[in-house]
Design a protein around this ligand. Structure first.
Ligand code: NAP
Length: 524
């Protein structure tokens, strides 16, 4: 049941008098529940509880943390159809997408449970001492990853489950040993509350300390800013706009104790059509890309917003087929009227730039539905106009007609950091374009061969991040079990008595984890 209240630890609380509602973009009506924005005092209480919980939770074994994570997954599944109904009513996304995203969310939680139960993720490293070493004795030094402290997570508008309340950031933080305070996304506050209830139930059922989780409602920036500024908060996870992520990064770095902000933000995900591939598969590629551009109403951070090819007959056919396919693809609903407005205005700005030609528009008359659009420019125009490099969040893509491979290389080198880059190639064609691949590697977090960038597999080898502004720290991924590394720091014990060391670092290796012992990898 949705109450519209905040979870301050395990207590439902609504002390404030500012309320807001969510919106059903498909029906173009407000949803029935009123959500109460958290007060300053409630937020402060949530952070204090998280700080107290941290000191207890960080001592819990991997097994205990795993049982909490698995129980969250079970409780989310137990929410059944109600969750799916609320999700759809707050996003306009179809039921199939809601169910798929729920599957991904519980998979992530269970993957982190397996990871912490096994235990080797702490990267234990032992260098035993030698008292006989001359001229000075060698100390015994042992290192492992330990949790940072309370984490604030900003839920994403475009992934109410997988990147929000119990999404990847939260699951990774719990796995690391950190309490989490979620600043719920106001566009799907009801979905957020249902998931928050599942987390609280799981926490109570598995003996977690009160304060390990809080859920804060708010529809303006004040709550988020208070959370990021609080000295007891030790890191931030964010998915959303470049403006929002950058504002929070700046705020966090101006604190007396600056803290890391791991923000995953905008990307236009360049796609390169190499000449032979274009010649041989232009129609097929156009159809594939029409689907990728319009998938989920284009509301993916991996949406292909920029396609580059060498100008000529083959690219002309690709462009006209792409345009026709996009015209044939049924238009769909955007997440919220605000997202729709932002799409329309960003799209207008892009197509109003000099020498920009519209190839195809699939106009939608339905309220909150996106009009899909494909535009084209020359390589020269693109190079000279940075406005064309900005993300247009929605079903929109620009095809750039380049004069030469050198111009393509120049364009890639000039782009801001990106989550992904894609190379479309015939068999070994790509082997002749090492310069292009090198330029691409310098700008992106993941390079795709003969595919589409939409779809982010959750697996240990995935990098979902990239040079700024794709993310604020390109050394980390926001997807997959390695995302746990954002919420920990390495810590050394020197000459510490064996019986007082954490189990991960004891001589006898009671947890049987993989470790590095005196430079040698010892497998579990
Ligand atoms: P957003 O505006 O960046 O907001 C995300 C969250 O951050 C919200 O909870 C918001 O708070 C908070 N926030 C934003 N700026 C803040 C600030 N200066 N101080 C404190 N808190 C702040 O993103 P959005 O609402 O999801 O969507 C807006 C636009 O972002 C979209 O139209 C799209 O262009 C882009 N976007 C991109 C991606 C991507 O993956 N590339 C994903 C989603 C959105 P409140 O809303 O509560 O005020």
């Amino acid at each position: 049941m949705i109450t519209g209240k905040n979870y301050i630890g395990d207590i439902l609380s609504s002390e404030g008098d500012t309320t807001f509602t969510t919106f059903n973009p498909e029906l173009n009506v407000e949803n029935p529940h009123n959500f109460t924005q958290a007060t300053e005092e409630e937020i402060e209480k949530a952070v204090t509880l998280a700080w107290e919980a941290f000191h207890i939770y960080k001592t819990f074994s991997g097994k205990k943390k795993a049982s909490f994570l698995r129980s969250i997954a079970d409780e989310i599944e137990a929410l059944g159809e109600e969750l799916i109904k609320v999700y759809c009513s707050e996003t306009g996304l179809p039921e199939g997408r809601a169910k798929g995203e729920r599957g991904r969310t519980v998979f992530q939680l269970r993957s982190f449970a397996d990871l912490v139960e096994e235990g080797s993720w702490v990267e234990a490293s032992i260098d035993t001492g030698d008292k006989t070493r001359t001229p000075v004795s060698k100390p015994d030094v042992r290192k492992m990853n330990i949790p940072l402290g309370p984490i604030v997570v900003f839920g994403a508008s475009n992934f109410p489950l997988a990147y929000s309340t119990a999404g990847g950031d939260t699951a990774a933080a719990f796995a690391a040993g950190c309490p989490v305070i979620v600043k719920s996304h106001p566009m799907h506050a009801g979905t957020g509350e249902l998931i928050a209830t599942a987390i609280i139930k799981a926490a109570q059922g598995t003996g977690m300390p009160n304060g390990i989780f809080s859920n804060i409602n708010s529809s303006d920036y004040t709550a988020g800013q208070q959370l990021v500024s609080d000295p007891k908060v030790k890191a931030v996870g964010f998915t959303g706009s470049i403006r929002g992520g950058r504002a929070l990064l700046d705020l966090a770095s101006k604190r007396e104790e600056p803290i890391p902000v791991f923000a995953e933000m905008g990307s236009i995900n360049p796609v390169i059509l190499l000449p032979k591939a274009l010649e041989n598969r232009k129609e097929e590629l156009a159809a594939t890309y029409a689907s990728s551009i319009t998938l989920g109403t284009g509301q993916f951070c991996t949406n292909p917003g920029l396609i580059l090819g060498i100008a000529g007959e083959n690219l002309d056919v690709f462009i006209s087929t792409l345009g026709n396919k996009v015209k044939e693809t049924t238009t769909t609903c955007m997440l919220h009227p605000n997202i729709h407005r932002a799409y329309e205005s960003n799209k207008e700005r892009a197509i109003n730039q000099d020498n920009t030609e519209i190839i195809a528009v699939n106009e939608s008359k339905q309220e909150n539905y996106a009009s899909q659009l494909i535009a084209t420019v020359s390589g020269k125009t693109f190079l000279q106009n940075p406005t064309l490099h900005h993300e247009v969040f929605g079903p929109f893509s620009i095809v750039v007609q380049c004069e030469s491979i050198e111009e393509m290389e120049q364009i890639i080198a000039q782009l801001e950091g990106q989550l992904t880059g894609t190379i479309i190639s015939d068999e070994n064609e790509v082997a002749s374009y090492a310069g292009l691949v090198d330029k691409m590697q310098n700008r992106v977090g993941r390079i795709i061969f003969n595919g589409v960038p939409t779809g982010v597999e959750v697996c240990p080898s995935m990098v979902h991040g990239g040079p700024y502004p794709a993310s604020t720290d390109s050394r980390f991924t926001a997807v997959g079990i390695n995302s746990i590394k954002r919420w920990v720091r390495p810590f050394s014990y020197q000459d510490w008595p064996n019986e007082l060391l954490p189990d991960e670092l004891k001589d006898e290796n009671p947890l049987q984890i993989s470790r590095v012992e005196n430079g040698k990898q010892i497998r579990a």
